[in-house]
Design a protein around this ligand. Structure first.
Ligand SMILES: [Ca+2]
Length: 150
C-alpha cells in the first residue's frame, strides 16, 4: 500500500491519451481486437493488457472507461456487450486463470454469476463487463481493451 502511494505521488502525469490512476497510466483502445491482438498492441505501446490487482482498480476502470449497465441497449444489446479485455487467460493445463503480466492467479474482478463457464479444452480469456464483473470468453472474439503501464 505504501509503495503504491509513494509511486502515485511520484507520478502524477501520463503521456498524451493515457489516464493516470494510483501511479499507473491507462490507455483505452476503441478498436476491437482479439485477446492476442490486444496483448500485442499493448506491447507495442510499451505497456501490458490491464491487470486488475484490487477492487479499487477494478472499480475505477469500470467507472472510467466502460458504458453504464442500463440505457445503452441499442449499442450494447447483451449484458456482456461492450466489455473490455483484461490480461487474464486460462491455459490448459493448469486450468487456472492467470494474469499475463505477473503470472499470478486472478482475484479481481469478481466473476459474474455462473462464470467462468467456458468449455474445458478451449483456452478462455477474461473480459471486464459493464457491471464491473468478470466473464470468460473465447479468446478469438473481439472486444475493446485497455493497456496499462507504470
Ligand atoms: Ca463465460
Amino acid at each position: 500500500m505504501q509503495a503504491s502511494e509513494t509511486s502515485s505521488e511520484r507520478k502524477n502525469t501520463c503521456d498524451n491519451g493515457w489516464v493516470p490512476f494510483s501511479g499507473h497510466c491507462y490507455y483505452f483502445n476503441e478498436t476491437e481486437a482479439t485477446w492476442d491482438e490486444a496483448v500485442a498492441q499493448c506491447e507495442q505501446r510499451d505497456s501490458y493488457l490491464i491487470e486488475l490487482n484490487s477492487d479499487l482498480e477494478s472499480t475505477w476502470i469500470t467507472e472510467s472507461f466502460l458504458l453504464p449497465v442500463s440505457g445503452v441497449e441499442a449499442i450494447c444489446p447483451h449484458f456482456f456487450s461492450c466489455s473490455v479485455w483484461v490480461g487474464a487467460r486460462c491455459e490448459l493445463p493448469p486450468d487456472k486463470f492467470l494474469w499475463n503480466q505477473s503470472g499470478t492467479e486472478i482475484v479481481f474482478p469478481q466473476w459474474a454469476a455462473n462464470q467462468p463457464n467456458s468449455g474445458r479444452g478451449v483456452p478462455a480469456c477474461v473480459v471486464l463487463q459493464r457491471a464491473g464483473t468478470g466473464n470468460d470468453m473465447y479468446c478469438t472474439k473481439t472486444f475493446q481493451f485497455i493497456c496499462e503501464k507504470e
